[in-house]
Structures are given as C-alpha cells and as structure tokens.
Design a protein around this ligand. Sequence first.
Ligand code: ATP
Length: 199
Amino acid sequence: MSYGSAPVLAGVELTVPAGTGVCVTGENGIGKSTLLRCVSGLQRPDAGRIRVFGGTPGGSPEFWAAVVTTVEPPTWYPGLTTKEHAELICRAHGQDPDEAGVDEALERFGLAGHADAIPPSLSSGQKQRLTLAMALLRPSALLILDEPEQRLDPEGRIAVAEMLADYLSTGGSLLMASHDDKFAVASGAELTTMESLHP
Ligand SMILES: Nc1ncnc2c1ncn2[C@@H]1O[C@H](COP(=O)(O)OP(=O)(O)OP(=O)(O)O)[C@@H](O)[C@H]1O
C-alpha cells in the first residue's frame, strides 16, 4: 500500500483467528489506520491479499452484515436524536430497538440523559460513546475499531473495555488499533506491534 511514492504496510502479515481479538500498536504514522482501512475494504492495497471470512473486504452485503468498522468517522443524520440514531441502526439490521436494548445501551454508555439531544450537540467523548454504542447494538461477527479509547474518560475506557471483552466472550472477533495497552489488554485483545507484522 502506498500514498504517492511512500510505501506503507510493505510486507505486513496478520491473521486474526475468528473469535479472537488483536490490537495493533505502534507509533504515530506507522500505518495502523491504513491497515484497518484496508481490512475494512475502504482502501485497496496495491499488492498482497486480504481475506475477511474468506471473502474480499467490503465487496458484498454479507460483508457489511457481519462487519462493523469505525475507521471512518460517522456522519450524523440531520434532526435525528441520539436515541433515534441508536434505533435506526437496530432497524436497519432487522432488530426491534426495544428488544435490542437501546435504552439499556444508552444507559451503559452514559448517554441516557442525552437521548433526546442531537449528536452534533454532544461532546466529542459523548459522540465517541454513541459511535461505539451503535457499533455494539447491531449484530456483527467482527468489529474493526480505530483507537476506540480516544476521547473517553478513564471510567468510559474501563466500561468500553468490559463491553469489548463481553463481545469476544460471545464469539465475536475484534481487530483494533490503540495507543492504550492497558485498555487493549482489558478488552481481551492480544497486543501486536506493527513492527512485529513484518516476518
Ligand atoms: N490520505 C493520505 N495521504 C497521504 N499520506 C497518508 C494518508 N493517510 C495516511 N498517510 C500516511 O501514511 C502513513 C501511515 O498513516 P496511518 O494513518 O495509517 O498511521 P497510524 O499508525 O494510524 O497513525 P496514528 O497513530 O497517528 O493514528 C503516515 O506516514 C501518513 O502520513
């Protein structure tokens, strides 16, 4: 993969066995987001091979039924509230919002008091909470998260790490990038440095 003439991710090899979590770490600019973008099907590598559940990333409705990526920041729907965003994601995936537990999720993410606010009025940490709440509310088999701990307060990081550990314990797979090793370990992910991905 390259941006212009600068190579990024040359010779990288990574396997995330289904039902496990991997967290890639490394200095700013080393290529973590680029890796996650490629695995999410948002960027196509110039060479090499990426398979997700045996298929090409991003290439089919089945991929997007199974995979949630937060690599690209969300766009909020004009005029829809925090709660309506959460309900919408459930309905889009064939779930009844009450049965999916929208109210409980908003409570868990500390957003219950902001259910009727529109997302642009939320703080950056609250927007991050809503993004993660929406990612975890809908059914999925793989979460691809770019620095999910960003903008969360210490309590929020602990809560999200627990929710990711729950996700893994119920059979989900997780690929994330993070600068917070403690958070990643608490999430149940195995830490892997970008440097170690070059065999
Ligand atoms: N759109 C782009 N155009 C040109 N170069 C880019 C682009 N996106 C990333 N790069 C370059 O590719 C390299 C890898 O960037 P990437 O965002 O993947 O790093 P990262 O490890 O996620 O960094 P960080 O820890 O800061 O999030 C960097 O040198 C960056 O400057």
